[in-house]
Design a protein around this ligand. Structure first.
Ligand code: KG4
Ligand code: ZN
Length: 332
């Protein structure tokens, strides 16, 4: 019998619950997005996000049990993302998971949300083979992780300021698009060449594998202010902007892989749902003979199935936590 995990993710503004059997049999994977709840405020309001998680977490758990045809007693262990994220949001997931584990007397496993993103590739059918270079491009993080094995990784590059997804969302907002801006920008990038304008490609030629996207964001703001009448060119402008983002991500990732002598790369996180980014990574991997892993689009954005998947390997390895599990806002 394969163990069954119920996982919870409330790191930021999405409430997610999943039930996973073994390592990759998804019995339920439900996510409620709060984008609409924060739209009027122009960004995620932390206090509001926590309250929303509280409102929907129990109905989501009930629905996930219903969908998988299971009862609480049939769950073998619980998993929860306990960092990084908004503290108030994390606390909702952690408290609910701890309460369930305590009342049902089942193990609990705490998960690093960012570390779990690449596991979406495995859920999408790819083999999980090591060593591998993971690029995680989420809303709040852009990270390059050199993974030698499960739970054995080193961060070799990270965003020094804005994450790529954050930058894309903020630039889309400058052009009047609500959160999340990624799909809109990606749509333009698929439609236009990106050759009509030239925008900065931060740290592209610098040594090292860190990223910095706030300069590009400021350059876009300046461009927008200096060219108020250019709105009919929105598509070509945003396509050129996204070309800069993609080039930086591709160049840094492949040069890190080369310098670490890795011939396997995974790309995951919400921005990986971009068709343009996937196109660029796919063509570069083919040219360089690199093995590329990509999740299916639905598993790129935040979901609890990836959290359950990483937890299933920790459970197998006997790496369980206890009720002292705490929530941490930062990536430790
Ligand atoms: O991983 P994620 O769901 O949340 C975090 O962990 O932060 O990533 C959210 C990011 C946002 O920047 C959003 O605009 C972007 O993923 N995104 C997309 C798409 N769907 C979400 N970007 C491009 N194309 C998409 N289809
Ligand atoms: Zn995420």
């Amino acid at each position: 019998m394969q163990p069954i995990c119920l996982a919870i993710d409330t790191t930021f503004d999405d409430t997610s619950v999943a039930i996973l059997k073994g390592h990759n049999d998804i019995l339920a994977n439900l996510t409620l997005s709060q984008f609409k709840d924060h739209e009027a405020f122009g960004g995620v309001v932390p206090e509001r996000a926590s309250r929303k998680h509280l409102e929907v977490i129990h109905p989501l758990i009930s629905e996930s049990l219903k969908q998988s045809g299971l009862t609480f007693q049939e769950i073998d262990y619980f998993a929860v993302s306990h960092y990084p994220g908004l503290l108030g949001s994390l606390l909702v997931g952690v408290t609910v998971a701890k309460s369930l584990a305590y009342s049902l007397d089942k193990p609990i496993i705490g998960i690093n949300h960012v570390e779990s993103h690449p596991y979406a590739c495995f859920l999408s059918g790819a083999e999980l083979t090591f060593p591998c270079l993971h690029l995680v491009v989420a809303g709040g993080h852009t990270l390059l992780m050199h993974a030698r094995n499960h739970f054995d990784y080193q961060i070799v590059g990270r965003s020094l300021d804005d994450a790529a997804g954050e930058c894309v969302d903020k630039v889309a907002k400058m052009f009047g698009h609500p959160m999340p801006g990624g799909p809109v920008v990606d749509g333009y990038a698929m439609q236009f060449s990106g050759e009509d304008f030239e925008f900065p490609k931060p740290l592209l030629k610098q040594k090292g594998f860190d990223f910095s996207f706030s300069g590009l964001k400021t350059a876009m703001l300046r461009f927008r202010q200096q060219n108020p009448d250019i709105l009919d060119q929105e598509g070509p402008i945003l396509a050129a902007f996204f070309k800069s983002v993609c080039e930086v991500l591709v160049e840094k990732t492949f040069s890190a892989a080369e310098s670490l002598r890795l011939n396997r790369i995974s790309v995951s996180g919400g921005l990986a749902a971009s068709r343009k980014l996937k196109e660029v990574f796919t063509s570069e991997s083919l040219q360089r003979g690199i093995d590329l892993h990509y999740p299916s689009p639905g598993l790129c954005t935040d979901n609890a199935a990836m959290v359950a998947c990483l937890a299933s390997f920790r459970f197998e390895a006997g790496l369980k936590d206890d009720l002292n599990l705490e929530a941490y806002p930062n990536l430790i």
